[in-house]
Design a protein around this ligand. Sequence first.
Ligand code: GDP
Ligand code: MG
Length: 397
Amino acid sequence: MESRGTKREAGKIEVAEPRNKLPRPAPSLPTDPALYSGPFPFYRRPSELGCFSLDAQRQYHGDARALRYYSPPPTNGQSPNFDLRDGYPDRYQPRDEEVQERLDHLLRWLLAHRGQLEGGPGWLAGAIVTWRGHLTKLLTTPYERQEGWQLAASRFQGTLYLSEVETPTARVQRLTRPPLLRELMYMGYKFEQYMCADKPGVSPDPSGEVNTNVAFCSVLRSRLGNHPLLFSGEVDCTDPQAPSTQPPTCYVELKTSKEMHSPGQWKSFYRHKLLKWWAQSFLPGVPNVVAGFRNPEGLVCSLKTFPTMEMFEYVRNDRDGWNPSVCMNFCAAFLSFAQNTVVHDDPRLVYLFSWEPGGPVTVSEHRDAPHTFLPPWYVEAVTQDLPSPPKTPSPKD
Ligand code: GDP
Ligand code: MG
């Protein structure tokens, strides 16, 4: 944090400097993997601070009501036969993706719990608050060749908040999503329904609806290098039989993937999919990813557990593989870049970090709508030190 103070003062001095001084080039951050291949940086073992749930109407609840229980089929020599297309589209209630929730649910949790945070007084003021999914995108950036991203950043009472902005390209792709891709998204959620039960020790019931408004989110504390982190991520289920029942080590991430038949298909899977699976689960300390492999008819006939800490072994000796150190070093470099860029403490000021594959991360400054993302109910409550948020924040907030 001390570099931030220095930078802020440097910024003030700059104003008084002689006008003949050449303007500084706009700062940017390169993303080439070769620049980030150092030793693995410090990453604190993630600990769970709390959780919250979103119900079928996408309403927030400060409890674990949406947590589901891992309930794989019996291992009696028979292979599973999960029809992932069953119920599509008639028993599908997809979340309205037009609603931009930004950090709102996480901020609602934070408002209720910021008084009881561990780490001592001022811990939050030095922390970065964001979604796990945003950090996942940062981790995979040095290897990403397809999709760019934009992250909005604001500093408020010391804390740096990072909230993703949908890129114009991503918006067009979402609005023109091919029907087969829509069905594929459903199939991922349907797999969860075949593998999870609402209570521990009972069998899954795949007869109901798939409602993607429902979510269980874990709120975690960690630290990358000198960057304290508070982030939340959606968790698929908890394993009642896990060796440790302590979150996040009891959590299981569920994934589906195409059945593979050739060594080339496996190699490509290790290079691309396992990178994303690793990044997503390593961040919150989720120890296992259970994959269901689907055939062209949409049936899952085989399951395989990938321990998160063993995923790198599949690409360790692959010259075109990924390296966890590169991912984490780049993420740490981006967080330093953001800390040094977002110099003004003002919830109405937004620094927009933009990245497209092949280029560096660039930044632009914006004031007020449409870029600001810290909702008035949060800013006002924290400013006035109110103890709790309004019961139901209105959507326009
Ligand atoms: P993930 O790692 O990408 O799944 O994202 P997180 O676990 O960080 O999820 C954070 C919040 O964003 C949760 O409330 C999710 O339900 C929600 N979320 C996850 N994926 C998407 C998405 O593709 N679009 C939108 N709008 N929200 C999402
Ligand atoms: Mg999943």
